[in-house]
Design a protein. Structure first.
Lengths: 139, 108
């Protein structure tokens, strides 16, 4: 949780620098690739063309990288808001079930049996990786 | 092979696996994937960067700017402890998936 907040703050502060560094990283990749192809015997223009073709659309990849951060930022924000609302409602007694998880040991569960009104766990959780693995559409 | 030809999540797993060999920059990872797959996997190299961002964002890899052997500044990535755990779980999931496909295809 703490590292996620740190990451988000850092991204908010350094987003333009991050974009610039990503461009530099991609340029470095292309330069290395071009050099490698030239060492294999290609002329410089041919190597440059081939490197760019194999790399794909760098502008699109930069946008996709950026949207990765934004998507994760939104996902984290939704989780945090949901957690805050739930904790707040629970502490004011507005929710019929406790906000903390039930004791896990056998002795504790023998004393405090789970409430029949307790909602399924899935309703109280929001997957941290909701955006992970979902491919972004190419435009 | 374009990135969309891979099973979803496979590129992330391949990048994590590649980084078990040591710290690598983006171009090194692309080269490694190409060579280790005996030139079968030709991932569109630019598609590595959104994947690297995603992996770093989740804390599975860490990047650091350093001079490369040819004195060019490059970002080197390394696998984190969480990344190793993720790789183990993804590998298990992949085995399960390919096993199921093989059974459907009558290959197992």
């Amino acid at each position: 949780m703490f590292s996620r907040i740190q990451r988000r703050l850092r991204y908010g502060r350094d987003s333009s620098q991050r974009a610039q560094l990503l461009r530099e990283e991609m340029d470095t990749h292309l330069a290395m690739k071009t050099r490698g192809l030239m060492e294999e015997g290609m002329s410089e223009p041919e190597a440059t063309r081939t490197a760019r073709a194999q790399f794909g659309n760098s502008t699109l990849q930069q946008e996709e990288s950026r949207s990765m951060w934004i998507a994760q930022w939104l996902s984290d924000a939704i989780q945090d808001v949901a957690f805050a609302l739930r904790t707040s409602a629970s502490s004011r007694g507005l929710l019929p079930w406790p906000s903390t998880s039930a004791p896990s040991s056998a002795s504790a569960s023998a004393v405090a049996a789970p409430s029949p009104r307790e909602p399924p766990v899935t309703s109280a959780t929001f997957p941290a990786n909701i955006f992970i693995g979902v491919p972004f559409e190419r435009h | 092979m374009g990135k969309n030809d891979l099973l979803p999540g496979t590129l992330d797993m391949l990048v994590l696996k590649t980084l078990t060999r040591g710290e690598l920059h983006g171009y090194g990872i692309a080269q490694c994937l190409h060579l280790l797959s005996e030139e079968v996997l030709k991932v569109e190299e630019g598609s590595l960067y959104p994947a690297l961002q995603r992996l770093e964002l989740n804390g599975w890899i860490e990047g650091e700017w350093r001079p490369s052997p040819n004195n060019r500044r490059a970002r080197f990535y390394k696998l984190t402890k969480e990344g190793r755990k993720k790789l183990a779980s993804e590998t298990a999931r992949y085995k399960e998936m390919t096993g199921a496909i093989a059974r459907v295809m009558g290959l197992a």
